[in-house]
Design a protein around this ligand. Sequence first.
Ligand SMILES: Nc1ncnc2c1ncn2[C@@H]1O[C@H](COP(=O)(O)OP(=O)(O)OC[C@H]2O[C@@H]([n+]3cccc(C(=O)O)c3)[C@H](O)[C@@H]2O)[C@@H](O)[C@H]1O
Ligand SMILES: Nc1ncnc2c1ncn2[C@@H]1O[C@H](COP(=O)(O)OP(=O)(O)OP(=O)(O)O)[C@@H](O)[C@H]1O
Ligand SMILES: NC(=O)CC[C@H](N)C(=O)O
Length: 551
Amino acid sequence: MSHFSIANAQLNFVVGDMPGNARKIIDAAAQAAAQGVQLLLTPELGICGYAAEDLFQRPSFLAACDAAVAQVVQASTQWPDLTIVLGHPQAAQHAAHGRCYNAASVVRAGQVLDCYRKQLLPNYREFDETRYFVEGSQTCVFDVAGSRIGLLICEDAWASQPARAAKAAGAQLLAVINASPFQMDKPGHREALLAERCRETGLPLVYAHLVGGQDELVFDGHSFALNADGQVAARAPGFDEHLLSVQVEATATGLQLSGPVAAPGDTNQQLWQALVVAVRDYLGKTGFPGAVLGLSGGIDSALVLAIAVDALGADKVRTVMMPSPYTADISWIDAREMAERLSVAYEEISIAPQFEAFKAALAHDFAGRAEDTTEENLQARIRGTLLMALSNKFGSIVLTTGNKSEMATGYCTLYGDMAGGFAVLRDVPKTRVFELARWRNAHDPYGTGRNPIPERIITRPPSAELRPDQKDQDSLPPYEVLDAIIERYMEQDADIDSIVAAGYPRADVERVVRLIRINEYKRRQAAVGPRLSARGFGRDWRYPITNGFRG
Ligand SMILES: Nc1ncnc2c1ncn2[C@@H]1O[C@H](COP(=O)(O)OP(=O)(O)OC[C@H]2O[C@@H]([n+]3cccc(C(=O)O)c3)[C@H](O)[C@@H]2O)[C@@H](O)[C@H]1O
Ligand SMILES: Nc1ncnc2c1ncn2[C@@H]1O[C@H](COP(=O)(O)OP(=O)(O)OP(=O)(O)O)[C@@H](O)[C@H]1O
Ligand SMILES: NC(=O)CC[C@H](N)C(=O)O
């Protein structure tokens, strides 16, 4: 016997667009009501979007959030049988430093029936919640169609106590609203962790999640429902808006959930989708009409181009090949071939005249000095200047192509190849760049065609082509070694001795750790880009530039 049904609204909000976000929730409510649903769950802080940062400290921002909540409460009079849970900030009178509550209101038929305040505030890694919020202390259990629903907000469900308290207060089902940023393999980890809550409490659980890109954060969706034994009862697809319908039946042993179960996709598919959503939402939400990038015939710009086309469509992406005297013929051939395969605009602008002009201007000062990285960087800066000019004239954003291995070691030129607005591969190590290129050639997740990347771009040795016969591996350890050291030092906080003990040459480890330390200043000046790993060089990496620590 079907008892009642829940709609889990996986929505993509715009931070700070309270009227638009309220409208999205109202539209989802209309759709849920039309399907005869009794309970609609929407994501954490949906009214303002997640990671509103210091906006939370502005009284006028909180007032605008209150007005948007009132908009939803008013609209709810249309569907008197539908209970809506919506997340929003709520002013906390007398709280120090302008902090507020991270709250969720339970709304039905024009009334706010209850208001829950998040009890556990994450303040690690990318989270800053104690900067903005005051902890709540009360359990919230409300009634839907005669069943008792215990409400929790995201981090609350990562520990045992709040769920246990909800059960003790009579909850028969846990409803968790969330904003849990994506990182590699997190969707599976999240389900496993929430399944523990089910087994601990003996209760089924519905997990309503956010989707979309917000600056460096990506939210993957993958909302789900679990039965009391922790088994998946329903799952939404990832990386897109979706209304997941969950049926609730009363049985002798408690409430039993069921619904459609979407496959979550493998690691590379999830990473690809996360990169695509990050690019699409950064441009879409900040209002850029398209993107421009330097196409070198190398693997990094090739991968960024394939991501950009999947995210924006070929007609929104423009490529420029800017050969110098050191550019190999195969670089031209492969760049042209790739642009043709993807049907994107492609042009060639030689940088030889500008390079000669800069060298002539500096000839007097540089007399008697050998050519070195100065001249290499000049080429990168000429390209950066040309791309930024195209951006200024046509409004497209410049996508930078540097990967995580380069961001770690400073193997990139300030105001050169670092010039641009969104650093797509900023958290993708070079070894993963190769893996994703091969994965994308074999798969076509957005219907833009298989094999976008010519094979030779993947197989030739990477080179910055800034001097004759240059290869990346002349100045860096092999990428497998480099990336493993970066991951251990940077993502896992391992020290030099333990990385050496794990089998890496001491000289390489010391060199890479030193490069990571001395290049902090470059990362502070780099464009923002999506976080995909356990730790990216962004909100979750706050190292001093002036730093005497050598450990
Ligand atoms: N602590 C600090 N705080 C603030 N600024 C600091 C600084 N230390 C140096 N600087 C400044 O930074 C300058 C050095 O930085 P920068 O001008 O970027 O140049 P730099 O790091 O010396 O050279 C760029 C390196 O990246 C390689 N590269 C470039 C382009 C593309 C690729 C690729 O394969 O993708 C590789 C290139 O081969 C070279 O090894 C110094 O001259 C100084 O002005
Ligand atoms: N000849 C070129 N024409 C257009 N853009 C270029 C050219 N050379 C370099 N760039 C731009 O500068 C970025 C850094 O290029 P570089 O060749 O120095 O190193 P890379 O990290 O190996 O990148 P890639 O694998 O894309 O070549 C490129 O990804 C590209 O956007
Ligand atoms: N918004 C939150 O409370 C998120 C914290 C949680 N641990 C997560 O990453 O899912």
